[in-house]
Design a protein around this ligand. Sequence first.
Ligand SMILES: C[S@@+](CC[C@H](N)C(=O)[O-])C[C@H]1O[C@@H](n2cnc3c(N)ncnc32)[C@H](O)[C@@H]1O
Length: 504
Amino acid sequence: MAGPESRGPAERLTREIRAAGNLGLTAAQLARVVGASRSEVEGALGELERRRLAVRVGHGLWIDPALRDEPALAPGFVGPESYLSEFTRAHRIEVAEFGGDVQFRPNTEEPVHRWWPYVQGFSAGLVRTAFRRCSIGPGATVLDPYAGSGTVLTTARSAGALGIGVELMPISAFVARAKQLWEVPPLELERRAARLVRSARRAAPSPRPFLRETSRHFDPGPLRSLRQLRACLEPSGDETDQLLRLAFARILVDSSRLRRSPCLGYGPKPRVAPSAPFELFERAAGRIVEDLRRLQGARSTWGPRAEVREEDSRGFSPAEGAVDLAVTSPPYANGMDYVMNYKLELAWLGFARSYEDLASLKQRMVACDNLPRAALALRGRLDVLEADEWLVRVLRQIRGQLGQKASYRRSDMDRVLEGYFADLWPTLRSVYRALRPGGRYVVVNGDSFLAGVYVPSDLIFARLGVAAGFEVEGLEVARTRRSGQRRDFRLRETVLTLRKPVAG
Ligand SMILES: C[S@@+](CC[C@H](N)C(=O)[O-])C[C@H]1O[C@@H](n2cnc3c(N)ncnc32)[C@H](O)[C@@H]1O
């Protein structure tokens, strides 16, 4: 397996190791994934290690060497403390601690939110805190310009308020809309879910989605069951059908050999039984039924259905002053490639029908470090970005680092970061416009560490907010997290509160 004739398996191992990212994989896990014997895999790994394509760390985990070659700190390195103290001084605020959970996890126990466990989402508790602080209740209007799975919109409806969400990813926009369908009769959903499973067990499987790796994504048994279930789904049916489609979307990763933690990739996972998709589907639909029953007992407290706009938030042009509060979590700098991460759901639900569809969607999403060079070249360079001293400084430092070291994942990381802020800027301005005077913009964001340079992305976002007309009202640290590039480096996640001045 290790010789030149075995380029194929060695390439597969390299691919698996890269896909596992920081988590790494053991030789035994790799043997399972590539379907080779442990000793063959160990021989090939030795060869990959000599060729510097894989490296063994910790207790036998194999990772991509790029992840271990922790970048050296850039000359003239400026760290978090110094940015934070300059920021707090300039805006006359103190950094506080945010006393609640910001991550999505607790939502998996909450009615409606649990219909779609969205690792990239934030907690409904955080949104409720923002509502409480800003006295949001019946009659208020709340905006989320990166609505994701609709945590803000669901919480708005529960609070009696109107939610407006903008979300470009069709699967997320679909989920956010489906999570507003509280009027669907639970008994009808229960009956139709049971009928659908009965018919699916006998149905001819639907065609496979276009994804080339479908037979690698799934074992043959569960793949067949999923195709049977899909054959019985109604793509453009009534609201009950939409909830059935949501239940189906939810079970795709659980029925596969993949995990999302938070990126989609292979990893150790118990085998999925051939009929598991039927049971998972019934369970997913059952949770929705249960929540609808509970919700419908308190109908009088609901707000109107939220408005979900499936569009690029860069082009969103809201009515002026109509919004009382905006709450969001934008994509993070150097963050997630949402399109690749949700390609399974996009393809199986028919939101993307080809690789071209996926590529064109990626092109319109906020820039991430998976964006092809050509697409990045189309991104604007904005004066306001050039005017922000901190951004100019970190871009210069990153450029300097890239010139020094050829092994960073991409040599145009500075352009990725610039593109990222250029993408956030028009939305920041539209949110400013949308808010009534005195209205707040609460933003959950994180800082980053790129090519040996510390990037206070959350604070740069705040400074751009000030350039758009906002005042900085507060900054709370919600939690710390480990940098993927330098494991000893602690990054943070913050809750920023901006305010549109009353006499603005
Ligand atoms: C951190 S997630 C928001 C999660 C959300 N707070 C929740 O709890 O579900 C950021 C979202 O921004 C969306 N997004 C990225 N680029 C966008 C764009 N150009 N326009 C609108 N939405 C975009 C992504 O699809 C993703 O759902």
